[in-house]
Design a protein around this ligand. Structure first.
Ligand SMILES: *Cc1c(COP(=O)(O)O)cnc(C)c1O
Length: 383
């Protein structure tokens, strides 16, 4: 059934029908009063999502563009930064900084594990000349399904005085991210992850410390210049033509989110992630992420014995219409990933685990498909 798919990847994610339709509205003047009203509404709502009283900007681009915006606004060529990486996206953030001549010192942790805050503390404590200008970290590492402990890392970085730049692209909305309370100076999030809208927008929260860094930052910038974004926002505009349909969709999605409530939304993600993990374990599969830091947005699962990841994903797609993600880079054939962020329902989770069990059995795995569903259902019905 080609026209009926259950999209269970960590972005793009399913879009609610009302949000899809909001994107079909006629175009308006992006320098007119209706757009200004929409921009003001979504900007204020985004501040609640980021849990910040500082600035939030909406930029047109993919998540990676937002990471580039973070680098070019906050840093100068030759600046020393500590890049905390636990996977593909942490490495990408570092690669962007390197591309602009920033001196990147990697602090890498084994894929599947979270960053150890004590190692960050020790490295920063050794920097008694305060040469490290910024620390870059991924909140939720989508490639491995691991969530870093930002509540702990934030205050450690603040104590040293370096700027903390956060890739929160797949974490915002799916899990708690307290920008101000956790001392996060700049946070990037993307529209196609838990925000329930199509790709095309990126959101960036920036506080006063990041603004002061910006005044001195000397990497050339134009499209991503947040100073321009601030000037224009004061007039209810963006510097360049924004993705107008996605702004309408963002407004619709944020209204849905406000009706659900941010805390209820986090609790739903946690419950559904727990149900996925329970079902996967009951199928006899092994988790890739360390359980203490397993993500509530995406679950990474080791290649089942005797079953190729590509074959499993192909059967799930062709026969069951369930779309799962493979691994990235060195993890390509080693893991597969189930995205459960954004507009995902409990029945989507049950269906996914059911299809996964059936597909595994069909490919010769020694599994009891009903056990996966039973464990998932039990978890969802639990406290
Ligand atoms: C998806 C993702 C990105 C990249 O976003 P694009 O929109 O593909 O550019 C970066 N970091 C994380 C953590 C992501 O999940």
């Amino acid at each position: 059934m080609k026209d009926k798919q259950l999209l269970m990847i960590p972005g793009p994610t399913p879009v609610p029908q009302s949000v899809l339709l909001a994107g079909a509205a006629p175009m308006i003047n992006h320098r007119g009063p209706e757009f200004a009203e929409a921009l003001e509404e979504v900007t204020e709502a985004l501040k609640r999502v980021f849990q910040t009283r500082h600035d939030v900007f909406i930029l047109t681009g993919s998540g990676t563009g937002g990471l580039e915006a973070a680098v070019v606004n906050a840093l100068s060529p030759g600046d020393a930064v500590l890049s905390v990486s636990i996977g593909v996206f942490g490495d990408r953030f570092a690669a962007i900084a390197k591309a602009f001549g920033v001196k990147v010192e990697p602090l890498d942790f084994e894929w599947g594990t979270a960053a150890d805050p004590e190692k960050i503390r020790a490295r920063l404590a050794a920097d008694n000349k305060k040469e490290i200008k910024a620390v870059m970290v991924t909140h939720n590492e989508t490639s491995t399904g691991v969530t870093n402990d930002l509540a702990e890392i934030g205050p450690i970085v603040r104590e040293h005085g370096a700027l903390l730049l956060v890739d929160g692209i797949s974490s915002l909305v799916a899990m708690d991210c307290q920008t101000d309370a956790w001392c996060l100076d700049l946070v990037v999030a993307g529209s196609q992850k838990a925000f329930m809208i199509p790709p095309g927008l990126v959101f960036i929260a920036i506080n006063d410390r990041a603004w002061s860094a910006m005044e001195k930052a000397s990497i050339p910038r134009f499209y991503w210049d947040l100073g321009q974004a601030k000037d224009y926002l004061a007039r209810g505009q963006t510097p360049w033509t924004p993705a107008v349909p996605q702004v309408f969709q963002l407004r619709a999605a944020l209204r849905i989110l406000e009706a659900e409530g941010l805390q209820a939304c986090f609790a739903r993600h946690a419950r559904q992630a727990g149900a996925v993990r329970a079902g996967v374990k009951a199928l006899g599969l092994k988790m890739f992420a360390e359980s203490s830091h397993a993500s509530n947005a995406v679950t990474s699962i080791r290649k089942p014995d005797g079953v190729a990841v590509a074959a499993l994903r192909k059967l799930l797609l062709d026969k069951y219409g369930v779309v799962l993600a493979g691994g990235q880079q060195t993890l390509k054939d080693e893991i597969f990933r189930i995205g459960h962020l954004g507009h995902v329902s409990e029945s989507d989770i049950v269906a996914t685990l059911g299809a996964l069990g059936m597909a595994l059995k069909e490919l010769g795995g020694s599994v009891n498909p009903a056990a996966g569903v039973a464990a998932t259902v039990e978890h969802l019905g639990g406290p």
